[in-house]
Design a protein around this ligand. Structure first.
Ligand code: HAM
Length: 416
């Protein structure tokens, strides 16, 4: 038997319905914020993600699905959404006439070769959004607002926003230097990966899953102490705006995020100190890194699968419909044609209608009525049909109403 790959799962039944509900909520919210929908290809040139996300990140070092295709091209399966959306922005020269911010949102499958566990998969979905053009605190605040309100609308009122600033390039360089000076005497006490990170990208050490919680990391210099005046002011102004908008957050000076492209604001959304339900921030240098003209960018991505898990764990009532409106039963072979015709007609009039496709006898069809949880049923029989009539039966109250076949829609409209 061929089974699904480790870290992947099938989506069907109630889970599929829950995801459709979550999609509806998130899509409607994005439309209110005036973001346009975008999808980028599942596979892109490896260079896009390797250069975009950063060669020294864990994601590129250990997690990307890289392969050479039949045309000898180096290909990577999309591990995150931002780099692909930036590629789209550059390729279509949208930087040319930027009088307004370019705002897009996505809901896409991502691929990372990670050790699978609850909420961590190799194929997973991110719902996210990106904003190109503005380098304003207002655009930072809008991104946090859209992220925060998405969780709230999904019923996760207790999410926490952890907020930090990495500052501008100058601040980041100063901070990098401070980290190198600080970690140097402890280098042999760090894990093997961190010893490598020390050489290539010391900020990454703060994110290490192995050394997390150690005193060395706890006592490391804090980003906030290395922000220059301008970056500090900007971070304070962001906090004022978030306060004004009633968006709760906590400043977490250890938050650096696992990807290389961030500067200024970074943030993560968590619930009861569990893994991150989402994360994002500003990436003013990324478009240039990917050969576009210097253009500011900011965005966020929600771990979609994790968010649905959290909703289940928190007991959020996710409305899913497991009922149908009407089941059409055929007493004998001769009514099956009418069942087909009528089912199509009523479906096109907006009702959820089922009829037997398995050639079952009447008893079997009655069992289906209950299995499908049908509100009404009609037992089609030639005698009634010759008079152009049917008997609509309420499956709960057992009440029966005889109506003209042309009045079924009207009846259902008034009784559903
Ligand atoms: P990220 O922090 O790598 O950021 O991923 C965002 C979210 O995706 C995480 O917080 C987590 O909820 C979810 N996630 C990540 N890996 C997995 C996995 N293996 N299984 C399930 N869920 C996962 C980014 O990807 C950035 N592109 C976010 C961004 C957008 N920054 C600016 N714009």
């Amino acid at each position: 038997m061929i089974t699904k790959q480790k870290g992947t799962y099938d989506i069907y039944g109630d889970l599929a319905k829950k995801r459709m509900y979550v999609n509806d909520v998130l899509n409607a919210l994005c439309e209110k914020f005036n973001y346009g929908y975008i999808e980028t290809p599942v596979f892109e040139a490896s260079e896009l993600f390797h250069r975009g996300v950063g060669e020294t990140t864990d994601m590129v070092q250990k997690e990307t699905y890289d392969f050479v295709d039949r045309g000898e091209r180096n290909i990577t399966l999309r591990p995150e959404g931002t780099a692909g959306v930036v590629r789209w922005f550059i390729e279509n020269k949208l930087y040319g006439n930027l009088t307004d911010a370019v705002k897009v949102y996505y809901n896409m499958k991502m691929y990372r070769y990670e050790r699978p566990q609850s909420g961590r998969n190799r194929e997973f979905t991110q719902w996210g959004f990106e904003v190109f053009g503005p380098d304003t605190v207002e655009s930072d605040a809008e991104v946090v607002s859209l992220a925060y309100n998405a969780y709230r609308l999904l019923g996760l009122d207790d999410v926490k926003i952890q907020l930090n600033s990495l500052g501008d390039t100058e601040s980041r360089m100063k901070y990098r230097e401070a980290l190198i000076n600080y970690f140097e005497p402890y280098i042999n006490d760090l894990c093997e990966d961190c010893q490598e990170r020390f050489k290539k990208n010391p900020l990454r050490i703060l994110d290490c899953k192995v050394d997390a919680g150690s005193d060395i990391i706890k006592n490391a210099p804090k980003t906030i102490d290395y922000l220059n005046e301008e970056s500090k002011k900007r971070f304070e102004r962001l906090q004022e705006l978030l306060d004004l908008m009633d968006i709760p957050y906590e400043v977490n000076t250890n938050l650096v995020r696992g990807l290389d492209y961030y500067n200024h604001m970074v943030f993560e959304v968590t619930l009861r100190d569990s893994y991150a339900l989402g994360g994002g921030g500003r990436y003013n240098g990324l478009i240039e890194t990917l050969d576009g003209p210097s253009t500011p960018g900011v965005g966020f991505a929600m771990g979609y699968d994790r968010t649905i898990l959290a909703m289940e764990e928190e007991g959020v009532n996710i409305p899913i419909n497991n009922k149908i409106d009407l089941y059409l039963l055929a007493v004998s072979e001769s009514e099956r044609e009418t069942a087909q015709y009528l089912a199509q007609d009523l479906r096109l009039n907006g009702f959820i209608v089922e009829t037997d496709l398995m050639n079952k006898g009447l008893k079997g069809q009655f069992k289906s009525v209950d299995r499908f949880n049908s509100k009404f049923l009609i037992v089609l029989n030639d005698e009634d049909l010759q008079k152009n009539e049917v008997v609509l039966k309420d499956n709960a109250t057992k009440e029966e109403t005889r109506v003209n076949i042309n009045n079924i829609v009207e009846f259902l409209d008034t009784h559903m």
